[in-house]
Write a new protein. Structure first.
Lengths: 112, 111
């Protein structure tokens, strides 16, 4: 069966450091993978999409990598700030599918 | 900039009661989705609608019905609520396979 694994343990880091979050998947052949941010009491908000033929994508302080051989995506936040504290969700999506399946998310806490 | 609007924000029901969760989007998106989110389970798809007039089951459709009333509105109905349906429900919309836009959820408790 298809499975998406994100660290269930919260990630605590100091302000200014780089946060790295991991998304592993099995039994998917994703055409692309999306990352979303979710704050407490709010709905998820889209951050970045990376396609299967892209190794890396950047947006401001965010960087996503996608390794289809390892079946893994890494999400990096450089120069992290307390405002980056949130839960981050990944969603690998197979070709032709509209509906998303999300990982359970990793909570990031950036300490000032 | 309303985006996706869900009503109500909170609701408490007794077992066996029925209710409809409302969702409306103002972005002219074709596709709309209903998810539930439970602690440690992540978001799970209940139903989705790829276009007006069509609906399809997701991962956890049992106990729910949906209606795509028009392009803007997609409602989720619980005919006979059960405690296992206590959850936070999110509606989302998207244009085809583009990233999804979510509402802020309905927090539903069933006693």
């Amino acid at each position: 069966s298809q499975k998406i694994e994100q660290n269930s343990e919260a990630l605590n880091i100091q302000e200014g450091k780089t946060a790295t979050l991991t998304c592993n998947y099995t039994n998917y052949s994703p055409a692309y993978l999306q990352w979303y941010r979710q704050d407490p009491g709010r709905g998820p908000v889209f951050l970045l999409l990376i396609r299967e033929n892209e190794k890396e994508k950047r947006k401001e302080r965010l960087k996503v990598t996608f390794d289809t051989t390892l079946k893994q995506s890494l999400f990096h936040i450089t120069a992290s700030q307390p405002a980056d504290s949130a839960t981050y969700l990944c969603a690998p999506t197979d070709t032709g599918r509209r509906a998303l399946t999300f990982g359970s998310g990793t909570r990031l806490q950036v300490q000032p | 900039n309303a985006g996706v609007t869900q009503t109500p924000k909170f609701q408490v029901l007794k077992t066996g009661q029925s209710m409809t969760l409302q969702c409306a989007q103002d972005m002219n998106h074709n596709s709309m989705y209903w998810y539930r989110q439970d602690p440690g389970m992540g978001l799970r798809l209940i139903y989705y609608s790829a276009s007006e007039g069509t609906t399809d089951k997701g991962e956890v459709p049992n106990g729910y019905n949906v209606s795509r009333l028009n392009k803007r509105e997609f409602s989720l109905r619980l005919e006979s609520a059960a405690p296992s349906q206590t959850s936070v429900y999110f509606c989302a919309s998207a244009q085809d396979n583009q990233p999804q836009h979510f509402g802020d959820g309905t927090r539903l408790s069933i006693l």
